[in-house]
Design a protein around this ligand. Structure first.
Ligand code: ATP
Length: 354
């Protein structure tokens, strides 16, 4: 069951929360809505759920226009940040709740609840109350409770927001596997980019009530549509470059702009974006076209070594990511001078200052 939102607009008073949003969540896919606080993610999710009414535009599930249907008629599963389990009900009864409302027989309910508890490996906890569960366990129960009535659409609003980093990471991997097994269509709101990129088939980036870009995680990361997306994804060096006769210069250094990205020739300045792993770092600068700078910090913890280099000629601190092997080979120390050469760079609409 695909989800389509067409030209959805929503105002709260005079404030425009959604400004002509078009979104497509293909059948069986997990789509992450990502964007700064206040960009309209939850409002869009609530409109798709039927909990909020759009001022204009439409929502369809598969080919059915359900814009005027109530939340109950839409038969979607919800998972929120604060689990919202019923405190006075056991785990079993929490999962069974939606099935009782739908008048399933006791036998059928038992079979379904046991099957789902087994799936999340919490079958031994069916008699516990929510207060007797850890945060991760509660969230797994909240997920199977949402899935119990076999909805074709699941909407998740920051479902792991209240959990610590380790549990979050485990649940992410679990959610993706779980999702693939169930073949539901899911929309997942998150603040956490890593989470979105790890679990989602498709990423939708929102800003100020509009969609800036949507695509596979690789498309969005490798081909950001504009400066907002590039900036939002973060962890990027920004060089203020000069444009001269079709060349993009940072001091004397020519920046290797990806093909198709130089929009015009002429004079002016533009922000040029280089990710930390897109810089070569060496001691000699023999290859030329290099930025000289001093190593001011090395963070070797993690799967990449993060190096900060201060380029005094440009009044700029540049972040460089090295593989641990390369770092070991170089044997860098804080305080020494190194040379950086960008392997590739991205540029968006030039900001002319004639
Ligand atoms: P966050 O990541 O912080 O949860 P979000 O992207 O989910 O943000 P929304 O909750 O959709 O953002 O809110 C979008 C904008 O609409 C915000 O500026 C918010 O203050 C405003 N807004 C949301 N609900 C209401 C409401 N009921 N009345 C007035 N303004 C609202």
């Amino acid at each position: 069951m695909s989800i389509t939102a067409k030209n959805v607009c929503k105002k709260f008073g005079t404030f425009t929360a959604l400004d002509g949003v078009n979104l497509e969540a293909p059948t069986g896919k997990l789509v992450a809505l990502l964007g700064p606080s206040g960009s309209g993610k939850t409002t869009l999710l609530r409109i798709i759920a039927g909990l909020e009414v759009a001022d204009s535009g439409s929502v369809s599930y598969h080919d059915d226009d359900i814009t005027n249907q109530s939340a109950r008629q839409r038969n979607v599963g919800f998972v929120f940040q604060h689990y919202a389990l019923f405190k006075h009900m056991t785990v079993y009864e929490n999962v069974a709740f939606g099935l009782r409302v739908r008048k399933w027989t006791d036998d059928r309910i038992k079979k379904r609840v046991e099957e789902l508890l087994h799936l999340v490996r919490l079958e031994t906890m069916s008699h516990r109350y929510p207060s007797q569960l850890s945060g991760g366990q509660k969230q797994r129960i909240a997920l199977i409770r949402a899935l119990a009535p076999e909805p074709k659409v699941i909407l998740l609003d920051e479902p792991f927001g209240a959990l610590d980093a380790k549990v979050r990471t485990e649940l992410r991997a679990w959610l993706r596997r779980f999702h693939d097994d169930f073949q539901v269509t899911s929309l997942f709101v998150t603040h956490d980019q890593d989470e979105a990129f790890e679990v989602a088939h498709k990423i939708v980036i929102m800003n100020a009530g509009r969609i800036e870009q949507s695509g596979t995680p690789a498309e969005v990361f490798e081909k950001p549509a504009n400066a907002f997306v590039m900036d939002f994804l973060g962890n990027v060096n920004i060089f203020q470059a000069q444009l001269k006769d079709g060349r993009v210069l940072f001091g004397d250094i020519e920046l290797p702009i990806e093909s198709g990205r130089i929009l015009e020739t002429g004079a002016g300045t533009a922000a040029v974006y280089v990710r930390p792993h897109e810089l070569d770092l060496d001691r000699t600068g023999a290859v030329g076209n290099c930025i000289r700078g001093k190593v001011i910090h090395i963070n070797p913890a993690g799967s990449v070594v993060k190096v900060r280099v201060r380029a005094d000629d440009f009044g700029l601190v540049v972040n460089v990511d090295l593989t641990p092997d390369h770092h070991k080979k170089l044997g860098l120390i804080v305080g020494e001078f190194v040379f950086l050469s960008p392997k590739t760079a991205k540029m968006f609409q030039p900001d002319y200052t004639i």
